[in-house]
Ligand binder design. Structure first.
Ligand SMILES: [Zn+2]
Ligand SMILES: [Zn+2]
Length: 314
């Protein structure tokens, strides 16, 4: 029998997404057909593997296709061949009916059962629309590169987190709270904004290793070190480029004492923000104006880093 091709179609889920599995890291994602770039090429959103779309079938899809193909192969090729063989034996039987040597053929054969291995696509954790090529895709986790255009979504995720901080801020401002609750809320928003910036940094260090060194560990929480890295890797001086860099640095220190020293100004804080020397061992009084301003400046810092990366990589 010559080589025969059987075409099996893999249908998308009820939302138009088709499951994909990386050949290398074996992780699962989904993308919506008809969105993004007109390409047959695909890039794993988790690792660096890239290849033809045909190399991204999931194990479930392959098992399903194999089960259908086996059934079709049997029905279209094997069964007719059996029938043909049976017929030729019957003819032989008929032609030897009156001969000295008679040939009798008995066939007993049950039609085999071929179960179809149905599957359904899995639910994922984050749905993303690529900022750059508009591909709709879904992943586990939060950060990724776009499977079509490789655009990094880390900055969009960061900006969204800062938007959420702004919303929390507006929500808290509606109520007239006592000082202690106001400070707790402000500390919470400040902490969230810095954590989002730190998460952005971790992702950038994973994806752009050549520009963001492994050490120090908490580079995006240590604004003095980040200043050095931006200067070395991008020739950008944060002190000149950020509208109030001294204030930004101060707020990172404020977060530090709220996290580790109950908001009390310590000698380390004074070393970094000398104008607070007369308030040593006193509680830092975090204000609404400061947090509002901080959210604007941290966004500005994110935009600056993004523009520098774009300059080099696009
Ligand atoms: Zn992968
Ligand atoms: Zn894209």
């Amino acid at each position: 029998m010559s080589n025969q091709k059987i075409q099996i179609s893999i249908k998308p889920d009820e939302n138009g997404f088709i499951g994909r599995e990386c050949l290398v890291c074996k992780r699962y994602f989904k993308l919506k057909q008809g969105t993004g770039l007109p390409t047959n090429h695909c890039h794993c959103p988790y690792c660096d593997y890239e290849g033809d779309q045909d190399t991204f079938w999931t194990s479930d899809q392959i098992e399903y296709a194999k089960s259908i193909a086996t059934k079709i192969a049997y029905e279209q090729f094997i069964e007719p061949a059996f029938e043909k063989l049976k017929k030729s034996f019957e003819q032989l039987e008929e032609s030897t009916k009156n001969s000295f040597i008679k040939i009798e053929v008995k066939t007993s054969r049950d039609k085999p059962f071929f179960p179809i291995k149905y599957y359904s696509e899995s639910e994922l954790e984050t749905n993303i629309i690529c900022d750059s090529c508009k591909l709709e895709f879904a992943i586990y986790g939060v950060f990724s590169r776009c499977p079509d255009c490789e655009h990094l979504n880390a900055f969009s995720i960061f900006k969204k987190s800062i938007e959420v901080c702004n919303k929390q801020f507006q929500l808290f401002s509606v109520y007239k709270n006592d000082d202690e609750i106001t400070t707790t809320n402000l500390k919470f928003i400040l902490g969230n904004a810095i954590s989002s910036f730190d998460a952005l940094g971790k992702e950038l260090r994973k994806k752009i290793k050549e520009k963001f060194p492994e050490k120090p560990r908490n580079l995006f929480q240590n604004i003095d070190e980040l200043e050095k890295v931006m200067l070395n890797s991008f020739s950008v001086d944060l002190r000149n480029e950020i509208s109030d860099f001294a204030f930004l640095k101060q707020m990172f220190q404020v977060r530090h004492i709220f996290e580790h020293n109950m908001g009390v100004i310590d000698s380390d804080f004074v070393k970094k923000v000398p104008s607070y020397e007369n308030l040593l061992n006193r509680k830092y009084k975090l204000t609404i104006i400061e947090v509002e301003r901080f959210l604007l400046i941290i966004n500005e810092l994110g935009d600056l880093i993004e523009s520098q990366i774009k300059k080099i990589y696009t």
